[in-house]
Design a protein around this ligand. Structure first.
Ligand code: 2HA
Ligand code: ZN
Length: 269
């Protein structure tokens, strides 16, 4: 069967194109990794056959033998739809946890995203909480990024501001969002810091850079990012006018309780 027509591939390609058109993945900005099961991948390729082995340069042993469809380093979301095999790759983490086998894709000799340490550390953190976890998306969502220039960078106040900007927020991300200060991207260090936030949150904002989202499907992960991005847009649109109204803490509590959302109670007054 043609892997380009696999449901997981079509959905990933569509997600890349959508995100490109939303303006969140300029040039080679952003990256996606999605865990696949052996059962999903097997109809499309011989999962025992490695095209090439690459070093991960870090220890991902909790992910040994797991399969991931990932965007390529230096590759543009804009181009994924036109040429998936060039811009994406399917890799399996080797038994030793420090290498990976390329099973499909990266057809020009390329490799996985430069943010793989942050992706894999986040997958490890999320999987330890939730065995259904599958997807990490990183993008440069415009208004979230803008907000990191104008808002204090602590989890509680950043979360509160987002919750106040749209009624859905406390229901969609009741645990809040984690915020990291500016750090050098592509490093193990930012990977570890992101994973630490991912113990508590499914959204981690990188100040002056973008956002990481986690979830059990592409829809869910994209959805949590677009919900936060929408709230950040409202925040930025109303930043320089006097806000006459907001969603009060009492209303946030009412919402969370009505939708049975397990929210961070210490983030409200
Ligand atoms: O690879 O977004 O954070 C492009 C990026 C790095
Ligand atoms: Zn980035």
């Amino acid at each position: 069967m043609n892997i380009n027509k696999a449901p997981f591939m079509e959905e990933l390609i569509q997600t890349c194109s959508n995100m490109y058109r939303l303006g969140w993945n300029e040039r080679n900005g952003g990256n996606i990794s999605m865990r696949l099961t052996q059962f999903e991948a097997a109809p499309y390729l011989d999962t025992a056959k490695s095209l090439r082995r690459i070093s991960l340069h870090f220890d991902a042993s909790p992910l040994a033998n797991k399969l991931f469809l990932v965007t390529g380093t230096g590759k543009y979301f804009k181009n994924v739809e036109r040429d998936p095999a060039h811009n994406l790759g399917l890799i399996r983490v080797a038994e030793d946890g420090v290498n990976a086998d390329i099973l499909w894709g990266f057809s020009d000799g390329g490799g996985p995203t430069s943010e793989l340490p942050a992706h894999f550390s986040s997958h490890i953190a999320r999987l330890s909480r939730d065995s259904s976890h599958r997807v990490i998306i990183h993008c440069h969502a415009t208004n979230i990024l803008a907000m990191t220039y104008t808002h204090p960078l602590d989890d509680r106040t950043f979360t509160r501001s987002l919750w106040q900007m749209s009624t859905e927020c406390i229901v969609v991300f009741p645990e809040g969002v984690g915020v990291l200060p500016w750090m050098l991207c592509g490093t193990d260090e930012i990977g570890r810091a992101t994973a630490e936030k991912m113990n508590d949150y499914r959204l981690c904002v990188w100040a002056q850079h973008g956002v990481f989202g986690a979830g059990s499907s592409l829809d869910e992960t994209f959805g949590i990012i677009e919900t936060a991005e929408k709230a950040a847009e409202i925040y930025m649109k109303t930043l320089n006018v006097s806000r006459l109204n907001t969603i009060t803490d009492e209303q946030l509590r009412l919402l969370a309780e009505a939708f049975k959302a397990d929210y961070r109670k210490d983030f409200l007054f």
